[in-house]
Design a protein. Structure first.
Length: 643
């Protein structure tokens, strides 16, 4: 894993940038690659790289790397898990290799097959490859968007980077925020590709290639998940197929010249990965984080399972302090307000003391319908049959339900069920992901901005993704398909940013391409059965893990967000300071007096707005980070020089 960054002046091939500015851009990604850095510079092109050494730890693995004939230069972030097989095939084609890196194999594959090589890659990656002869730049992102890639478009040049703010400084001025992107952000507390929050800055969508040359640019989709019209029939053979694919994925992802480890919770996904890892004969150390609050701590379950497998188990307690909150906010340099970032940051830092590469269980909920939202989507049609006046009355009564000491409080669950049911088919499932309701937007948005985005429909754009599934397939499959494309990349962004902030690589075997394609052929009965998700995974684990491990209710890695903002603890202190900053700097977009009223109502238990407040906190934090570059002033902000 690494950080990549670069510039290509496709409209001015003789362009030369100041060396100090280019060095500053590379340095901005130093946390992603603490083991070395390099750059390639010629008139019109700059490629920069920071290295986290995983394969071939010698200096031979440094990047940017050129092909043997010097025509192509690459800067690459990620891992190609099948690079050994590809290298063997390429040797038969006459290629010779001088390193033991997947980067050199990727270069040779491009030399041999061009963009057709992308169909042969198994891995997680984002890379930029420059064709010096044709003066063409290719930007590529992996199939599911595990690794990030952002790009900025100017009149005559394009810039790209693993993290968006690294692009801006002495070379490129900071763009203004994008109003429509911000509306999407507040809807979900994250941004789906291609949105970035900034004008002229986009995320490259997963499974896509962007080609840029003096003749123009073109965006190509090189991989798209397809769902057959008829699912497979449920039988025990599916259990064997699933297990074989998972075992293959885990074995392939254990290739590393750096120390390996495993994130282990008490959940089924990390349990399955741990079991598959153990089956290879490797004994990895497991890392778990726990919370002090009752009902949020999975350390005991994880420790018992690690002991069951004979693995070394290491755990750490979540540290709740103002310094820790500010440290995490400091590395969240984009519009992403996932509460799990805070514990993930601490878990990654703890694991990095002993490991450089971690296997994790992310993706199982999307593939095998593990989220409770899938169960909730089955209830909304029935709730719609209740007369509207009764539903509104039920909604009013939710204020008497408890709202703290739960991962998802009863008040939140009932409120979201009733609100989602009113949204109608397809939009009901998406509504479970909403953070700002329409009413909250009208209450908190600046009136001019509210008017500007009145035609925006983030819920509709999310729901439209369900159309990628054949009409013959189930509603459940359509919901999963939409989540895989919209929600999952947001989850993966959290894992990438928090782990890479600590120089730690996280791999996700459950999101192996072959495994994903297999799971979207499954019938519903293989996923949800008798009110529970992940049936196929449960069946795979029967007889291989202690029975009580299969009976645990789903928990997840979510801290007690509602309580964070309801009590006078560290998060309230941090939020108060950020709110003061927003006012003193006349930050626009939101009505800040009204924000404070929502906060006070939440503290008094009159409303349930913890996730709303978290989204606002990160929005203010993001603005502070934009302004710290001192590259430009947004028209929405007047800087107070005393701060």
């Amino acid at each position: 894993m690494c950080g990549i960054i670069g510039l290509f002046a496709h409209g001015d091939l003789e362009r030369v940038w100041p060396v100090a500015g280019l060095d500053a851009m590379v340095a901005a990604l130093g946390h992603r690659g603490p083991d070395g850095w390099g750059k390639f510079v010629e008139p019109g092109i700059f490629l920069g790289h920071t290295r986290l050494a995983i394969l071939d730890l010698s200096a031979a693995g440094q990047q940017p790397m050129a092909s043997s004939d010097g025509r192509y230069v690459i800067c690459f972030n990620g891992e190609i898990y099948n690079f050994i097989q590809l290298r063997d095939n390429l040797k038969h084609c006459g290629h010779r290799f001088v390193t033991n890196t997947d980067t050199e194999v990727l270069l040779a594959a491009w030399v041999e097959w061009g963009r057709a090589s992308l169909s042969q890659l198994s891995g997680i990656f984002a890379f930029a490859l420059f064709d010096r002869r044709e003066q063409t730049l290719f930007l590529v992102r992996d199939h599911l968007g595990v690794k990030p890639l952002f790009y900025w478009q100017g009149a005559k040049e394009i810039g790209f980077a693993s993290e968006p703010l690294a692009l801006f400084g002495p070379v490129i001025p900071m763009p203004e925020p994008d109003a429509l992107d911000l509306d999407h952000y507040f809807t979900y507390n994250y941004l789906p590709a291609p949105a970035s929050g900034l004008k002229n800055v986009r995320q490259l969508p997963p499974g896509h290639l962007l080609e840029i040359s003096p003749q123009g640019e073109s965006l190509h989709c090189y991989w798209q998940l397809t769902c057959p019209s008829e699912p497979l029939s449920w039988n025990t053979a599916l259990i064997e197929q699933f297990q074989a694919l998972l075992d293959q994925a885990v074995a392939a992802q254990l290739v590393s010249d750096a120390p390996l480890g495993l994130f282990l919770s008490g959940g089924l996904d990390s349990t399955a990965v741990a079991l598959a890892t153990h089956g290879t004969g490797q004994s990895l150390t497991t890392f778990t984080l726990g919370f002090g609050e009752s009902g949020f701590d999975e350390r005991l379950d994880a420790q018992k399972f690690a002991q069951f497998l004979g693995l070394n188990s290491q755990s750490v307690s979540f540290s709740w302090s103002e310094d820790e909150i500010l440290t995490t906010l400091g590395v969240m340099r984009e519009l992403m307000a996932d509460a799990s970032c805070f514990p993930m940051m601490q878990l990654a830092r703890f694991a990095r003391l002993q490991a450089t590469v971690i296997l994790a269980g992310d993706g199982g909920d999307e593939l095998l319908a593990g989220y409770d939202t899938y169960k909730a989507s089955q209830w909304t049609p029935y709730l719609r049959r209740i007369p509207l006046i009764l539903r509104n009355g039920m909604l009013a009564l939710t204020r008497f339900l408890p709202s703290d000491h739960y991962r998802y409080s009863p008040r939140m669950v009932v409120e979201r069920l009733l609100t989602a049911s009113a949204a109608g088919p397809m939009r009901d499932h998406v509504s479970f992901r909403r953070i700002f309701s329409d009413a909250m937007k009208q209450r908190l948005y600046d009136p001019e901005w509210f008017c500007d985005v009145s035609e925006s429909d983030p819920v509709g754009s999310y729901a439209s993704l369900m159309g990628g599934v054949p009409a013959e397939r189930s509603y459940l499959t359509a919901c999963q398909y939409a989540d895989l494309h919209h929600f999952l990349p947001g989850v993966l962004a959290k894992v990438d940013r928090m782990s890479m902030a600590n120089g730690l690589e996280v791999r996700v075997p459950l999101l192996d391409r072959a495994l994903v394609e297999f799971c979207f052929q499954l019938p519903d009965v293989a996923k949800r059965y008798q009110g529970k998700g992940k049936r196929l995974l449960r069946e795979t684990l029967v007889g291989r893990v202690p029975p009580r491990h299969l009976q645990k209710p789903k928990s997840g890695f979510l801290p007690p967000v509602e309580g964070w903002f309801r009590h006078s603890g560290p998060m309230s202190v941090v939020f108060g300071h950020h709110l003061d900053w927003a006012r003193q700097n006349t930050l626009g977009w939101l009505k800040w007096d009204e924000v404070e009223r929502v906060w006070r109502e939440h503290q008094g238990g009159r409303t349930n707005a913890g996730f709303v407040l978290l989204g606002i906190l990160q929005f203010i934090n993001w603005h502070r980070q934009l302004l710290s570059t001192q590259c430009c002033a947004f028209h929405h902000v007047t800087i107070d020089p005393s701060l």
